[in-house]
Write a protein that binds this ligand. Structure first.
Ligand SMILES: *[C@@H]1O[C@H](CO)[C@@H](O)[C@H](O)[C@H]1NC(C)=O
Ligand SMILES: *[C@@H]1O[C@H](CO)[C@@H](O)[C@H](O)[C@H]1NC(C)=O
Ligand SMILES: *[C@@H]1O[C@H](CO)[C@@H](O)[C@H](O)[C@H]1NC(C)=O
Length: 982
């Protein structure tokens, strides 16, 4: 009895010891370990030749001691896969290597893994074509999305995979092919992901056989034709993604039978007809049909959908009213029905659950008032109802919504005042309220909405004084108050709005002198104070501005027009001021010398006296400031710093901390000050200092990355984004991050130092330099490669979201590097590259139109911004210049110039020599493609790199600009009805 027991015990003992030591399998695993040895991972530490395979991390053996599963997804693996040996594992039924950095080709020995039920090679950097795998007929799960492979996919291999449940082949640049017929026979499929893999032709009606499907994703292809009626058979379908294709026709009859459908997106197609079928899909959570040609009314049933949270129907031809109960059931998030022909009132209860973030109803024919309920909707981030026929008084609370980034109510018939509630609008960056009937005074409290970047209140009936403390709006870049009834003086404090570039107060009743402080605004380029009652002399300080528009006409100005302003460009700028005199402009009376002289002497004496006083008063202040600066330094050093380094460090913590002082300040970056650290080693670094508190004035709030601010401050989120992104990137055209240091109060990022500053500085700033065309072209190619790396070269695509010339830095050889990843966003694996709850990000002038709405922000949005940078390189102009006209940017301006060859040539920067102009035009053409209004018409950054390389001036290929596809597209774009700026 006991012998039997112990032998049984021994049997089990040996069995378990030897259960996973088949020596052939062990050798195969060790070989696998060797070929992945470069990986930065410790999963292999348990893989030792003397060990037991069942203890190998990621390995499962079967009861006979053979390797059954290899599960090594998401392990930072690099290297190539020795499939020839792996597929000698006789019992292998699961092979999972997703989300790694494997490269090389996928060899055809994969076909020997005949027992596989689960294969995941997705999200890697493989190359070459994918081999035939027709022997893998046991497969249940096949994940090959975003593998990096290209060429013709062996669709035929799928023919006998009758057990297949999940098939994921999307995000690969396969050779264009029609929807594979093999797939419609796989009737056990419940997951089919074929987005973004170059499919063309129609959707076969056989798709109706796939009745087990819960997810069908075909977005981002070139699929044409109509949606087959048979799709209505898919009773279990939960998600249907068809966006960004070429689908035509109506939603088929029977579409209503998709009774389980929760997410439906067919945006950016050419669908027409009405939405009557959609009215039956009562389980919908998100419905996105923007950018189609849909017409008819929005079905009343939508008002009863209990789960609906997102509704995006912008840019269609929908008519009639919206169901008034819309959005009142679930935690409604956003509505975007802009650019339709909708009528009737705004549904009043979309924020009933207190969760709504976006209300976009611009450019329709809505009537009635803004429902009072929205004044209490504290979650709103973007409120846009411009260009409708709305009336009544704007509910006071709207002005003070605490999270609102943008209030756009322009072009309606709103009345009443802007109330002092606006002091609560701490996140408000843009207020567009022009062309209404707003009245009353501008509340002093407006100056407490310190995130303001743009204020447009023109063509209203506002009266009273402009708040004297308006200078507290430090980030204000555009202030348009023209054609109101404002009176009193122009506030002197405006001189401290150091970002102001556009100031228009024309057509009011302003009195008093023009404050000389306006002359110290470094970036002002348009100043219109015409048609007021301004008096006194024109301050000489204005001469130091580089204004493109200066209009002081129709005032009561007196004295001499400063010599330096008496130039042709300002012809007419001073008309209608009978008191002005000039020595040079004929149409004015000549100034009498004497009176001026005495005045000047008087001024001189006054200045001397003032100077002396200031000197006396300021001595103690300076002393005090010095002292404070010192204290500040010390406090930095006293903090304890958490240092993370990403490259070999050649400096000490103290050396870096010592460099954070005023005299080393080289710039104010997007999210903090940047200092130059010249270290004892002789090497220079740039150090970005970011305060973690919310109180510092930092980046414009409109750039907030997510509409919901969590516990952590926005700034620290930006910081995290930047560190996360940059620490793992290595590319010659992306700025190098050496280390990050964090303390409780602030964070430091140490980068390589870029002696030539930014492309913006070199092109537009006061110390711009002559950039020859070859250099400009090299910068274009280099920067595009940096961006290409972000979009295509990294594990997940990274969307930079703030591509602009000031974020392209130049090293000592003028080689460009992409910088400032404060807004970068790594595309999540499961959202197919779209981000539908995007709020505005980026910088005015570079922002792609889709940011203005709610649909899909993708890599293509970066492509748009990069197109703007290319336009700057070609034209030498800034993205927004007053010469482009009201509300026009460089993109609109260029598209208005491309109708003839002559005017095209005229926009090329005159500093570019004639021989290179054709090359410049080629780059311009690429730029125009990049800035297509529709994201899907823009090329990928990869093809931008190619186009730019082809425009290499050294090749000396010169092709006359002819009416090819791109010019046709330009024309089409031009003919599009003028669109709202985002
Ligand atoms: C693997 O497959 C190839 C052909 O695809 C074949 O020549 C080879 O013999 C197979 N190897 C094994 C070990 O089965
Ligand atoms: C893509 O592949 C991964 C595995 O690599 C899988 O987890 C994911 O679900 C796939 N995505 C889609 C949309 O099918
Ligand atoms: C699929 O199975 C059929 C019938 O067994 C066979 O004739 C055919 O060759 C198989 N196809 C592939 C690609 O292996």
């Amino acid at each position: 009895m006991s012998t039997a027991n112990s032998s049984l015990f021994l049997f089990f003992f040996f069995f378990s010891i030897f259960s996973c030591i088949k020596s052939d399998d062990l050798q195969i695993l060790l070989k696998l370990k060797t070929s992945l040895q470069e990986s930065n991972t410790d999963v292999f530490s348990s893989w030792v030749s003397s060990g037991n395979m069942s203890n190998f991390m990621g390995i499962t053996c079967n009861s006979d001691g053979f390797v059954k599963e290899i599960e090594l997804s998401n392990q930072k693996l690099t290297g190539t896969l020795p499939l020839d040996s792996i597929c000698q594992l006789q019992s292998l039924d699961k092979l999972s290597f997703g989300f790694n950095s494997l490269h090389g080709s996928v060899s055809e020995e994969l076909n020997n893994c005949t027992k596989l039920q689960y294969l995941d090679l997705g999200n890697n950097f493989f190359s070459g074509a994918f081999p035939s795998i027709s022997y893998l007929s046991e497969l249940r799960f096949l994940y090959l999305n975003n593998t990096g492979v290209s060429g013709v996919f062996p669709w035929k291999s799928l023919e006998n995979m009758t057990y297949l449940v999940s098939l994921s082949l999307g995000d690969n640049s396969f050779h264009p092919a029609p929807f594979p017929n093999e797939v419609v026979k796989l009737n056990k499929l419940n997951w089919l992901y074929l987005a973004n893999c170059s499919m063309e032709g129609g959707i076969p009606s056989g798709v109706g056989n796939l009745t087990e499907l819960i997810n069908l994703e075909l977005s981002d292809n070139n699929i044409s034709g109509e949606i087959p009626a048979e799709i209505g058979n898919l009773k279990k379908l939960w998600q249907l993604e068809l966006y960004n294709n070429l689908l035509t026709g109506k939603l088929p009859v029977g579409f209503r039978n998709l009774s389980s459908l929760e997410n439906f997106d067919a945006s950016t197609n050419k669908l027409e007809g009405d939405l009557s079928e959609v009215g039956f899909l009562s389980n919908l959570v998100t419905l996105q049909l923007c950018e189609n040609q849909l017409s008819g009314e929005v079905p009343a049933e939508l008002g009863k959908f209990q789960k609906l949270v997102n509704l995006s129907l912008y840019t269609n031809q929908l008519t009639g009213p919206l169901p008034q109960e819309l959005g009142s059931w679930a935690k409604f998030d956003f509505i975007d029905v802009s650019e339709n022909l909708l009528t009737g009132p705004i549904p009043p209860t979309m924020c009933k659950r207190g969760t709504m973030r976006g209300l976009f109803m611009l450019q329709n024919k809505f009537t009635g008032e803004i429902p009072a309920s929205y004044a209490n909707c504290l979650t709103i981030v973007r409120f846009r109802v411009s260009n409708n026929s709305l009336t009544g008084i704007v509910p006071a609370g709207i002005w003070g919504l605490p999270k609102v980034n943008i209030i756009d109510i322009a072009m309606n018939q709103f009345e009443g005042p802007i109330t002092k509630d606006i002091e609560n609008a701490k996140a408000l960056g843009q207020l567009f309220a022009g062309n209404n009937r707003l009245s009353g005074e501008l509340p002093e409290e407006i100056t407490q909405a310190t995130s303001f970047v743009q204020i447009e209140l023109y063509n209203n009936q506002l009266s009273g004084k402009i708040p004297a403390s308006i200078g507290e709006l430090k980030q204000l870049s555009s202030l348009k108050l023209q054609n109101n009834r404002l009176s009193g003086p122009i506030p002197v404090s405006l001189g401290s709005c150091s970002s102001l570039s556009d100031l228009n107060m024309a057509g009011n009743s302003l009195t008093g002198p023009i404050p000389s402080t306006l002359g110290s605004l470094p970036t002002l380029n348009s100043l219109n104070l015409s048609d007021n009652a301004l008096s006194d002399e024109i301050p000489r300080s204005l001469a130091s501005l580089k204004l493109v528009i200066l209009d002081l006409s129709k005032n009561r100005l007196t004295g001499q027009i400063p010599e330096s302003l008496s130039i042709e460009a300002y012809n007419g700028s001073f008309d209608g001021n009978p008191g002005l005199c000039s020595q040079t402009i004929g149409s004015f009376k000549r100034c009498s010398r004497d009176s001026r002289m005495s005045k000047e002497v008087f001024t001189l004496i006054l200045f001397l006296a003032l100077g002396l006083m200031i000197l006396l008063v300021s001595l103690p202040i300076c002393f005090y400031l010095k002292k404070r600066e010192k204290d500040h330094d010390r406090s930095l050093k006293e903090e304890s710093w958490d240092v993370k380094s990403f490259r070999e460090l050649m400096f000490s913590e103290d050396e870096i901390l010592d460099s954070i002082k005023q005299e080393n300040l080289i710039g104010k970056g997007g999210s903090g000050n940047v200092y130059r650290a010249a270290l004892s080693s002789g090497k220079d670094f740039a150090v970005k200092h970011i305060w973690n508190t919310d109180t510092t004035t930092g980046r414009k709030k409109i750039k907030s990355t997510t509409p919901i601010l969590g516990k952590r401050s926005e700034k620290s989120k930006e910081y995290d984004a930047e560190v996360l992104t940059l620490s793992s990137i290595r590319h010659v055209n992306v700025v190098k991050l050496y280390c990050s240091m964090t303390s409780e109060d602030s964070s430091l990022l140490v980068y390589e130092y870029m002696p030539n500053g930014s492309l913006w500085d070199r092109l537009h700033s006061s110390n711009k330099m002559e950039l020859d065309w070859e250099t400009r072209h090299e910068i274009a190619v280099g920067a595009s490669k940096g961006l290409e790396y972000l979009h295509h070269g990294y594990e997940r695509p990274i969307i930079h979201r703030d591509v602009k010339s000031s974020n392209i830095l130049l090293d000592e050889f003028m080689k460009p590097r992409i910088a400032d990843f404060g807004l970068a966003k790594i595309v999540q694996a499961n959202n197919g590259g779209k981000d539908s709850t995007q709020v505005i990000a980026g910088t005015l002038g570079y922002i792609a139109p889709e940011y203005g709405y709610t649909c899909k922000v993708s890599e293509k949005s970066d492509v748009y911004s990069f197109g703007v940078v290319l336009m700057e390189l070609v034209t030498g102009k800034r993205p927004i210049e007053p010469e482009f006209g009201e509300n026009k940017d460089i993109v609109n301006w260029i598209s208005s110039k491309i109708n003839s060859r002559k005017s095209v040539m005229s926009i090329v920067d005159s500093r570019i020599p004639e021989v290179f102009k054709e090359d410049a035009i080629k780059v311009l053409r690429t730029a125009i493609l990049c800035t297509a209004r529709q994201p899907n018409l823009r090329p990928t950054i990869r093809s931008v790199v190619q186009m730019l390389e082809e425009a290499d001036p050294c090749k000396l290929v010169r092709i006359a600009i002819n009416k090819d596809d791109s010019t046709k597209k330009m024309e089409a774009k031009e003919n599009e009805k003028t669109n709202l700026d985002p």
